[in-house]
Design a protein around this ligand. Structure first.
Ligand code: FAD
Length: 321
């Protein structure tokens, strides 16, 4: 018996959310009194694979196959489910990232497993019960669910669990898989932007702006504040629909879900569809000129004021700090 963690990489590099998920999976394995096996798919440097041991993976299965170089939902799910069967793993853990959200239910079907996606805390394993706290209703509520099936899939919300390191190293093994043509019927083409900016799903601070900024020409101050804070930039859906910002920055129910330590919302009304993707942020700061804007109801700190006056002052204050 073991716990299997899918170690997701982006362009051959493991992400912070992957280290969080491995640390989380290690804690589950310790609770269950079993060992932790990681699986990596795609081209990752041998040193980076071995380093997964630092986060608790005793064994690292390396799947290096030309057909699996780019992420393909169905094919990746087949490989991970197959690895779980071969390893006798009854718990599969992965990050509730964009790809993790597509993989979790597919792995669940293949393993006949109960799925807890959007997990925000360690499962409680007690008296034969396995319960997990997770987000529900697009992040508007939390639910504690019991997984009663023999196999279980748990997808961890990024930024919900701390990275825990040790001095260990993982033992890397090649894991050969037969791929089925039927797994490649629908392919997602991953478009990677070459940028030195902080990646949005992994960011600890997000500076986000909406239609209140009036037009794309005014995003300079948003970017300046983000750069000063080491933050990623994000936006509301209408802003990306209008082409003011790239779609990769759109957060919310139909965009990326984020849960940074700090979310700064500028000129965003706080519609439920927007809140669905950001409400699990640890601290929310809202800047809006309308004191009745719904976003203030979920804000930890609010500034009622014109963004064009508030932002330059905020930038000056951060520079001084
Ligand atoms: P607005 O609603 O126009 O709000 C602009 C805000 O800026 C206002 O509160 C205003 O008071 C404030 N403002 C104006 N001028 C200033 C100023 N000078 N200084 C400070 N504040 C100012 N939206 C998302 O964001 N993400 C989603 O994933 C998403 N999915 C959706 C899915 C569906 C099925 C549907 C129907 C809608 C979805 N939406 C989504 C759209 C959502 O309902 C809202 O329309 C959208 O979030 C509003 O964007 P906004 O707050 O930028 O714009």
């Amino acid at each position: 018996m073991s716990v299997l963690i899918y170690a997701e990489n982006a362009g051959g590099k493991f992400k912070k959310s992957t280290f969080e998920a491995i640390s989380y999976a290690k804690a589950i394995a310790e609770q269950a009194g079993t060992n932790l096996v990681a699986i990596s798919i795609g081209d990752v440097a041998p040193g980076d694979l071995t380093a997964l041991g630092k986060y608790g993976a005793e064994k690292v299965l390396n799947v290096s196959n030309d057909k699996l170089k780019n992420f393909v939902n169905q094919a990746y799910a087949s490989v991970i489910a197959e690895a779980a069967k071969v390893q006798g793993a009854d718990i599969v853990v992965l990050s509730n990232s964009f790809s993790g959200r597509g993989l979790a239910p597919r792995i669940g079907v293949k393993l006949q497993a109960g799925v807890a996606d959007g997990a925000v805390a360690l499962p409680v394993i007690e008296g034969g019960k396995f319960t997990v706290k997770k987000t529900a209703f697009s992040g508007k509520a939390f639910a504690t669910v019991e997984l009663t099936s023999a196999n279980k899939v748990v997808a961890l919300t990024p930024n919900s669990y701390k990275v825990v390191e040790s001095a260990a190293a993982g033992q890397v093994e090649d894991f050969a898989v037969e791929t089925k043509e039927s797994d490649f019927k629908a392919m997602i083409k991953d478009i990677v932007r070459s940028t030195d900016k902080v990646s949005l799903p992994d960011a600890e601070i997000v500076v986000s702006a909406g239609r209140g900024l009036k037009g794309p020409e005014n995003w300079g101050m948003v970017e300046e504040l983000a750069e000063l804070l080491g933050a990623a930039t994000a936006c509301s859906k209408p802003v990306s629909d209008a082409g003011w910002r790239p779609h990769s920055e759109h957060v919310g129910q139909t965009g990326i879900a984020v849960s940074p330590n700090l979310y700064i919302a500028i000129g965003i009304s706080g519609a439920i569809q927007h809140l669905a993707g950001v409400s699990s942020s640890k601290v929310i700061v809202v800047i809006n000129k309308d004191a009745e804007a719904p976003f203030f109801k979920v804000a930890d700190y609010g500034i009622v004021g014109d963004a064009f006056e508030v932002l330059p002052k905020l930038i000056a204050a951060v520079k001084e700090y």
